[in-house]
Design a binder for this molecule. Sequence first.
Ligand SMILES: O=C(O)CCC(=O)C(=O)O
Ligand SMILES: [Fe+2]
Length: 283
Amino acid sequence: MKPYTKVIPTKIRPELREWILATASAGHGVPDLLRLMKESGYDPVQSRRMVSEVLKIPLAAMNASTTKPSGRRPRHPEAPMVAIDGQTIRVALSVDAPPLRVLDGLLSAEECTALIELARPRLQRALTVDSHGQHQVDETRTSQGMFFTLGELPLIQTIEKRLADLLDMPADHGEGLQILHYRPGQEYEPHFDWFDPTQPGYAAITAKGGQRVASVVMYLNTPDEGGGTGFPALGLTVTAWRGSAVYFAYESGDQSSLHAGLPVLRGEKWIATKWLRERPFQR
Ligand SMILES: O=C(O)CCC(=O)C(=O)O
Ligand SMILES: [Fe+2]
């Protein structure tokens, strides 16, 4: 019978350690390293442990980064524009990594106003998901928010259908639309929208719908000053402009999609956020 795998420190020859470091610095990712090691006759399980140790990547994160994406991925909208249902959505800015688009005219002024008025009576202090999968009040996120359930109202269905057509992702891959309201001084500190595979709650959070694969932050009003969405790794700030949106896609562990709701300096800020999952998600 096969004994349980004991966690013993892996002995790694200095030459191999150096080779792993050099190959990784030359731009080869973990899947490449593991393939090359396999070709040189190394045991795959041992190789994973050695690469994990040398590159200081937790094993769970390595597993997530090397499993083939099993779920669906959105289609990134292409410039100059996408026409959906008589609505012309302009692609005002494109970034390659992460795939990011600024979308002008995604929502009409009337839709923005209607969303705000529907959400206003239902606002609560915004929560974040902690490492155990529990929703928590979080000091890094001082805004107030609420969720619409999937397809809750005709307006919500219209917007969900538009996003589904725009991104070629079935509407049921979306989490319910979230509305957030920021007052002056309020912000959402830099964070990733993907769930961290090394956190203990990861399995629970992703049991339904799998990993998040993209976000669409839609601006429902234009703050008087501040309140854009910042992407520190890109040196990019997207202006919060009524009816516009920023779309960005990512894989688990991606660092380039770090982003923040920048402090509102004057006026207020309303957004609607749609998070897309790799598999159908129903709440
Ligand atoms: O407020 C923003 O601009 C960003 C919001 C955000 O990052 C989110 O809802 O996940
Ligand atoms: Fe976010």
